[in-house]
Design a protein around this ligand. Sequence first.
Ligand code: 8YV
Length: 329
Amino acid sequence: NTPRPKVIVTRRLPQAVETRMAELFDVELNLTDTPFSQEQLADAARRCDVLVPTVTDHVDAAVFAAAAEAGRLKLCANFGVGVDHIDLHAARVAKVTVTNTPGVLTDDTADMVMALILSVPRRLGEGEKLVRQGNWAGWSPTGMLGHRITGKRLGIIGMGRIGSAVARRARAFGLTVHYHNRTRLPPSIEAEMEATWWADLDAMLARVDIISINCPHTPDTHHLIDARRFALMQKSAYIINAARGEIVDENALCEALAKGQIAGAGLDVFEHEPAVDPRLLDLPGVVLLPHMGSATFEGRQAMGEKVIANIRVWVDGHRPPDIVLEGWA
Ligand code: 8YV
């Protein structure tokens, strides 16, 4: 009879997930759902075998140092696919295994990207505001004109699970798919998607009408889209980001929008979220969402189930299915 591992979950999860966790583990929930301070996070890392953080936790070197000192934490089972809030180098040093939840939020996130791709050129944010504020004077032949989606060129940065799911949806809307990725897709998949690979990101940015960011945030992609790259884009271009805010230099984005270097933006993520650069609030060609790409009941339940599966396999002494980093390697 193996002892139940002590699992600390930093935020409230769907009820059914919490209930299952309580059946399986010695679980400690943060009932306030307020993000932990760095001190609380370090304290949790000292006291548990498994930490379940989310994107709002900065699981940094100090947290892993506290864990290593106590010698108890072995698994950091992230609730979410992106792990840029976890210091992987420090995790390796502290010999903590890190897992994530890939696959189960792909479709929901790609749907949200598609929603933004449709919303920004067709001005859904502005239109909704007009009606809600009681300022709609009635239909007019030249009222609320936006730009057609069909036939436009979509440039996807990062053709992984989510990027590919965006590409499939985009084709159904008559967009042609272009992509920039470190590795080129296998020819059969590229042909199936009729996707054009660009080895040179700058060259792609200059050619496409809509840019969708779907890569992870890493040191290599931090501020990947900066002032220099905004200057390369077409004045009619739109940028969509449902990945991580830090991939775009938000100040440069505000300036590019204000200067008319690009036509608009659809943002589900922000560089300093939940803070949003106030300049974005007043720009008409912008649709802003509160990091809700994976926010479906079904998706969050499945993410929780993946976290549980990773912990259970680890408890049984096997290699968890969604390894980001092996703490014992
Ligand atoms: C979550 C996400 O909302 O999985 C990710 O990387 O950004 C979202 O699905 C969040 O990360 C939960 O921690």
